[in-house]
Design a protein around this ligand. Structure first.
Ligand SMILES: [Zn+2]
Length: 283
């Protein structure tokens, strides 16, 4: 094995040597976990690579450069990751992804989420889980390779189900102590080894609120980069049982009528899409 590339940033093994320059391309720059946005008269948007290179000191750019491949755009994305205390140039601001969602086109938001996920994984995955040697960037697929045994490590994706349980014109929503005040959402949980998605739906709903469900319908899925879940959405009908919450998981769960809903989760979430779909269907 040849000489190892130098680790050049806090966000994981260093940049790939070959980069195609496309100065009009959008750049994803993070300050800590927040995304850098360009302030314009028309509102906020992603900066271009040219703008980022003009705005930040050359030396800082080299330290922060962590180009990643974002599969959904099928291209290399010009990505930078700076420390939390990096001063922002005039005309720029940075927002957490949940806030930035409101300023970005869907594709840009998803690319930012994917990039953030890969950056965070590289930052926190430094050593081989088999032999504890340092990891370096692999040649393909955004994998990391062990510098000693060669084992490849891929970004993790953790599937979770998220379920809207319906009983006529009522929907079962719960709240976790982590939620913002007043917010109720659809129930969700991670898939366990050996379990199908459908089995997970039945288990999670019964464990969390003590009810049985039937007639599962697939709704859609959404990558959730906080930190690396894939949310798989279902609609299910209530079958039997009254609410009995698992207090370790949630602090309240109730049936809400479609006309009398509580504060709902963030508009970008699949939970919100499930609830809005329910309201349309029963309305
Ligand atoms: Zn190894």
């Amino acid at each position: 094995m040849g000489e190892l590339p130098e680790v050049s940033s806090d966000c994981g093994p260093g940049p790939e040597a070959a980069r195609v320059r496309d100065s009009e391309a959008k750049a994803l720059a993070f300050v800590g976990s927040r995304l850098v946005l360009r302030e314009t008269a028309q509102g906020l948007r992603l900066p271009t690579l040219d703008e980022v290179e003009a705005a930040f000191e050359r030396e800082r750019l080299e330290v922060g450069r962590v180009d990643v491949r974002v599969t959904l755009t099928r291209r290399q994305v010009h990505t930078f990751c700076f420390d939390d205390d990096e001063p922002l140039p005039a005309g720029y601001r940075c927002d957490g992804l949940r806030v930035a969602y409101h300023s970005l086109a869907d594709d840009d938001f998803r690319a930012a989420g994917a990039a953030r996920q890969i950056i965070e994984w590289r930052r926190t995955t430094r050593f081989c889980t088999a032999c504890a040697s340092p990891l370096v960037l692999a040649d393909a697929h955004d994998a990391l390779a062990c510098s000693s045994c060669g084992r490849l490590h891929f970004p993790p994706i953790s599937p979770a189900v998220i379920v809207l349980v319906q009983r006529g014109e009522q929907v079962l929503l719960g709240r976790s102590p982590r939620f913002q005040q007043g917010v109720y959402s659809t129930l969700a949980g991670f898939v366990e080894p050996g379990e199908s998605l459908e089995e997970c739906v039945h288990r999670e709903i019964f464990e969390e609120v003590g009810v049985r469900v039937q007639r599962l319908r697939y709704f859609g899925s959404q990558p959730h980069p906080f930190p690396h879940s894939l949310m798989v959405g279902f609609v299910a009908d209530w079958l039997e049982g009254s609410i009995r919450i698992d207090e370790d998981e949630i602090e309240d769960a109730r049936w809400f009528h479609a006309d009398d809903l509580p504060v709902l989760p963030h508009p970008m979430s699949i939970a919100r899409a499930l609830i809005e779909d329910f309201v349309r269907r029963v309305g």
